[in-house]
Ligand binder design. Structure first.
Ligand code: AMP
Ligand code: FE
Ligand code: FE
Ligand code: ZN
Length: 283
């Protein structure tokens, strides 16, 4: 097993540890390299970079871009992208804004049904500057004593099949792949066959993404059972895609542990070689 974990979240989105605390956790878990991939933002990069330099942990700066097509939610990891690339910055900015009005609508629907929750309570659980999401609604429900943890909130009220679920704007996955490449980065489809995430992209769309410049598939992920992993490996082989593995760590927000799935050093080297170098890997 390598010590390379290429998918984690901090308080810059829906993780529960600050970027610096996350790097400390990575060091404690014995990781050599960590990728910080908060949802739709590079907000945590500078703090993580300073901590990584201090603690001697390698850092891949990235983001997890929310995408959607046919109402399906698709997550795309963009590694080593220039966060100031105008096209990319515009799209993730729209997605972040759309999440704010979406929160209001979800909370209104829930409150109308008697679930004890106010808009202000949710606001209080979004860390300053963070990309907000349903986990912050969950945190407000936990604080209210309505549920014990985030998972229970998702099972009862926040899941994609819930009547309270509201979609938000997100770019098309094929456009997002092109933007990541234009921004000098490498695009990897996060948890492409994850269960409990709705329909997922589906093979034809993954093929379309591959034709647009997708670099890899995150095959080793806790949401993939053995069948999904086999399918992912076959698809990666057929479409000439890299295979990565990651924890998708969210601190205390999920059970996922740092380093529970990892990426081979040769694959990271290939990601580094394919990126344009605007944003280098820090070692
Ligand atoms: P959103 O970005 O608002 O659509 O919310 C999706 C996020 O919720 C994902 O990035 C996960 O981190 C989180 N999530 C989804 N299901 C669960 C769950 N059962 N328990 C905890 N967090 C979850
Ligand atoms: Fe998340
Ligand atoms: Fe994801
Ligand atoms: Zn993630």
């Amino acid at each position: 097993m390598s010590g390379i974990d290429l998918h984690t979240h901090s308080t810059a989105s829906d993780g529960t540890e600050s970027p610096a605390a996350l790097v400390t956790s990575a060091r404690r878990a014995g990781l050599e390299v960590l990728a910080l991939t908060d949802h739709d933002t590079a907000h945590g990069w500078d703090e993580a970079a300073a901590a990584a330099a201090r603690l001697g942990v390698g850092l891949v700066r990235g983001m997890e871009i929310s995408c959607s097509r046919y109402g399906r939610s698709i997550h795309l990891l963009g590694y080593l992208v220039d966060p100031d690339h105008p096209g990319l910055a515009t799209e993730i900015g729209y997605a972040r804004e759309a999440r704010v009005s979406r929160r209001r609508r979800m909370v209104e629907k829930m409150a109308a049904d008697g679930i004890p929750l106010t808009y202000e309570q949710v606001v209080a659980h979004v860390p300053p500057g963070a990309t907000e999401g349903r986990p912050h609604i969950a945190d407000a429900l936990v604080a209210n004593g309505a549920v014990a943890n985030r998972d229970e909130a998702f099972v009862r009220w926040l899941g994609n099949d819930s009547p309270y679920y509201v979609r938000h704007y997100a770019p098309d996955p094929v456009d997002a792949v092109r933007l990541v490449v234009e921004a000098g980065g490498v695009a990897v489809h996060a948890h492409p066959f994850g269960r409990g995430r709705g329909a997922g992209a589906g093979d034809p769309l993954i093929e379309e993404m591959a034709a647009a410049g997708l670099g890899g598939l995150e095959v080793y992920h806790r949401d993939h059972d053995e069948t999904a992993r086999q399918h992912g490996l076959e698809m990666a082989e057929r479409l000439d895609l890299l295979v990565t593995g990651s924890s998708d760590y969210h601190g205390a927000g999920k059970e996922n542990r740092l380093g529970e799935n990892t990426t081979a050093p040769e694959v990271l080297a290939e990601i580094e070689a394919r990126a344009s170098g605007v944003v280098p890997v820090l070692r």
